[in-house]
Design a protein around this ligand. Structure first.
Ligand code: DGL
Length: 263
């Protein structure tokens, strides 16, 4: 069982930012990745719809013999992780949430910005996170509709992306944020662009590495860490496979076999 693969999924290619961290920390693990690119963006969909997609994808990972699941998507986590944990009590399931706690500890100005999807920012789970960890700081939230679709094109330096992102970070800077949480797994791919547009003193925080460490902890506790060698990573998408295939070298640093996920 410990050599079985780990299923990782996102609404699209954003979860590859998490897959990179998992692969770097746990190179012996075999990885399966589903990008639900045909249903992007999750951030503007109802929680019910996202829960259904989570169930379909988790069933698929079960058929593939996965030993653990990572919801490499903040929006899917707030909508679907509780349901999945109920449905699959035997699996280690790792979700993600915006890094409010480390950001509250890091800020010097006392003002923290959060870039995330509408779905994440409107969720009760996010409100609870603020209640728990953000009492001593001011938090400015910024939903970013349209950003994910532009990142999915694979052109991470396009003028359209640059101007939309500029519009989203300006209110955060105007409010005095010195720390910005990247609360969507697509956004770590914007770091080079953000570095060009932000003062160097601004701290950017995301949770990909922490998620990889949490996965490692859970696997170790259950005696499920693989000894390797890992199988080649496999990819599926619910949109056109060539779209993801073209983007992989930029976001995963390698090419890979991408199949159609038509569920
Ligand atoms: N990557 C996802 C997240 O972490 C959301 C993208 C989307 O809106 O589909 O929230």
């Amino acid at each position: 069982m410990s050599e079985a693969p780990i299923g990782v999924f996102d609404s699209g290619v954003g979860g590859l930012s998490v897959l990179n961290e998992i692969h770097a920390l746990l190179p012996n693990e075999s990885l399966l990745y589903v990008g639900d690119c045909g249903h992007i963006p999750y951030g503007e969909k109802s929680p019910e719809f996202i829960r259904q997609r989570c169930a379909v994808i988790a069933d698929f990972f079960q058929q593939q013999g996965a030993k653990a699941i990572v919801l490499a998507c903040n929006t899917a986590t707030v909508a679907g992780v509780a349901d999945l944990r109920q449905r699959y009590p035997h699996w280690p399931i790792v979700g993600m949430e915006p890094a409010v706690k480390p950001a509250a500890a890091a800020t010097r100005s006392g003002v923290v910005g959060v870039l995330a999807t509408t779905g994440t920012l409107q969720s009760a789970k996010f409100a609870a996170l603020l209640d728990r960890f953000a009492n001593d700081v001011r938090v400015i939230t910024q939903p970013c509709p349209g950003l994910v679709e532009l990142i999915e094109t694979g052109d991470l330096q396009s003028q359209a992306l640059r101007s939309r992102l500029q519009g989203y970070v300006e209110p955060l800077l105007a409010a005095g944020c010195d720390t910005i949480i990247l609360g969507c797994t697509h956004y770590p791919f914007l770091k080079p662009l953000l570095r060009q547009m932000l003062p160097p003193s601004i701290c950017l925080i995301d949770t990909g590495a922490a998620v990889a460490r949490q996965l490692q902890r859970l696997l170790r506790e259950r005696g499920l860490l693989a000894t390797g060698p890992a199988q080649e990573t496999q990819f599926w998408t619910s949109a056109l496979p060539e779209q993801m295939r073209n983007i992989l070298p930029a976001l995963w640093n390698k090419s890979g076999v991408v199949r159609s996920f038509a569920l």
